[in-house]
Design a protein around this ligand. Sequence first.
Ligand code: HEM
Length: 183
Amino acid sequence: MKGLIFQTYIDFLTKSHGEELKNFILRDAGSGDRDSYEVMGTYPFKSLYGVVAQTHAHTGDSVPKILEDYGYYLFDILAVSYAKYLGEGVDLFGFLESLEDHVHVHVNQQFPDASLPSFTYKRIDDNNLKMIYESERAMSDFGIGMIKGSAKHFGNKVSIEKEDLTPDNNGTEVEIRVTIIND
Ligand code: HEM
């Protein structure tokens, strides 16, 4: 995973739990602090998971909740540096449908060794989009946080359901159903 993801995770820890607890979490995960990661550097995915596991150990929050909250936080950060992908004429579903062939493709050009998931889509109707998430990193909860961040950005209220499609529930293939709630 890119250093950008580690650095932002450490900012997220500081904002959510304060400097002191962040330091305990990083110490127990055997991780360096923010300045030991370079934005463009690449670090093992399992190091991120180590920090997430220690966040769970220190806060009691579940790993899916931590990943979702982090995805929600990260979206706002990425939305600033990648504002062009959120530009005019794009709505929430249009944006989510552009991840696979557009947004993440550009991310891959910028960071050739980025570890990105793959998505396939089924637009059911104007208010319902089905996305199939596939990645060996099993981070669909992080994706759900990013979807919630996107919905806030586009001014939509959504409900999200997910279903693990793998026989052993390992999270590497997950159906995510996004429903726009009009009130
Ligand atoms: C402006 C929009 C976005 C940008 C610039 C962006 C960029 C990135 C970057 C840089 C990574 C990390 C790659 C690495 O460290 O190797 C990533 C991973 C990921 N992105 Fe996006 N992303 C965006 C929107 C989204 C949205 C809306 C979703 C929601 C479905 C999403 C789902 C994911 C997931 C689940 C991962 C984790 C890797 C994995 O599961 O294999 N992204 N993205």
